[in-house]
Design a protein. Structure first.
Length: 348
């Protein structure tokens, strides 16, 4: 059913309060007082990368914020037997993944790394394990068409949980399967400032995750964009993605094999989701396809996808959006059984 404009403030307040519970306790930057009702504009500029390419820089040693743990370093000329300092870095990101504990960070120096990193160790709430490109430097993880995924939780473990992990600043490309994949209950994952391209499955894939953030990420020319689908035994009762926040993300020309099931952004099960300032375009699947309850899509643009925006869940909101040139049924599909507020949306 369609709700009228007077329900907007209540809908937003309730959804944002729920989202705030697992996003570090802070409400996302989308409050009713700061939500102007403006005409949707043209699509955001589709650019090649949110990361500025750079060679090895003279950037000063990164300074850790108060409360952060120790910093380590990886470089192409390093050795895993070394202590992992700036002057004596490790050689592989995998060694860092097997070593770091809660609150610790590894900075990866400029270069191309042919690794498929398996994540077995968790951080802690507020103290993640962090993998970051060294500031000002271009770091590429390249699978060469043979390695499985740049980062993945260990599916061989009986209960492959790895949570409180941050991955930031990398270019991830040419992997046989996923760019990044988390197979089990993997909470409070943060993926920021990434280019994920030319991979054989989704650029980013989650199964069950609570309180995760995807921000300033470009997903391009993968076999799928972003997807959250429970996959382990018993998945039919799993919660999927909850309290998920996607911001400033672009999914462009994903679904290179023509499979209409490969969407730009998709959540097969979940609740309490915020997607804002994001773009979906190109590819054979849908643009934004969300089977989640209490979902907000705000300031999103979708064009030249199968069904540009498709929503299924209860108590969901679409506001300040633009959708045009759908390839299939419609630019906006609101599936029977859900309940929706639609405000200031241009369909063409």
């Amino acid at each position: 059913m369609m709700k009228n404009k007077s329900a907007l403030a209540l809908t937003l307040a309730g959804l944002l309060a729920a989202l705030a519970c697992n996003l570090g306790g802070a409400t996302p930057q989308l409050a009713t007082a700061a939500l102007p009702i403006v005409a949707p504009t043209a699509p955001p500029t589709e650019h090649a990368s949110p990361i500025t390419p750079a060679v090895e820089s003279q950037t000063p040693t990164p300074t850790l914020a108060p409360g952060q743990g120790q910093a380590f370093y990886v470089a192409p000329n390093g050795e895993d037997a070394d202590p992992g300092t700036l002057d004596q870095p490790w050689r592989t990101i995998q060694h860092a993944a097997d070593t770091l504990g809660a609150g610790e960070t590894v900075y990866v120096r400029a270069g191309t790394y042919s690794e498929d990193v398996v994540l077995r160790r968790s951080g802690a709430p507020g103290s993640p394990v962090t993998f970051a490109a060294y500031p000002g430097e271009q770091v590429i993880l390249d699978g060469g068409g043979t390695l499985n995924s740049a980062f993945e939780t260990d599916f061989s473990e009986p209960d492959p949980k790895a949570s409180d992990i941050t991955i930031s600043g990398f270019r991830i490309q040419n992997y046989k399967a996923f760019g990044i994949v988390a197979w089990s209950v993997n909470d409070r994952l943060t993926f920021t400032d990434l280019v994920v391209q030319h991979n054989g499955s989704e650029g980013i894939r989650l199964s069950n995750s609570d309180g995760s953030l995807i921000q300033n990420v470009l997903l391009q020319n993968n076999e799928g964009g972003f997807d959250c689908t429970p996959v382990l035994p018993g998945a039919e009762s799993d919660p999927g993605c909850t309290h998920l926040h996607i911001a400033d993300a672009q999914s462009i020309d994903n679904g290179t094999q023509g499979d209409t099931g490969t969407d730009a952004f998709a959540v097969e099960r979940g609740a309490d989701i915020l997607v804002e300032r994001s773009l979906a375009t190109g590819g054979p699947g849908d643009g934004f396809d969300f089977k989640s309850d209490r979902t907000i899509l705000s300031q999103v643009t979708a064009h030249d996808t199968r069904n540009n925006i498709k929503m299924w869940g209860k108590d969901s909101l679409l506001v300040n959006a633009l959708a045009y040139d759908a390839k299939a049924d419609a630019s906006l599909v609101l599936v029977a059984g859900g309940s929706y507020t639609v405000l200031n949306v241009t369909i063409a």
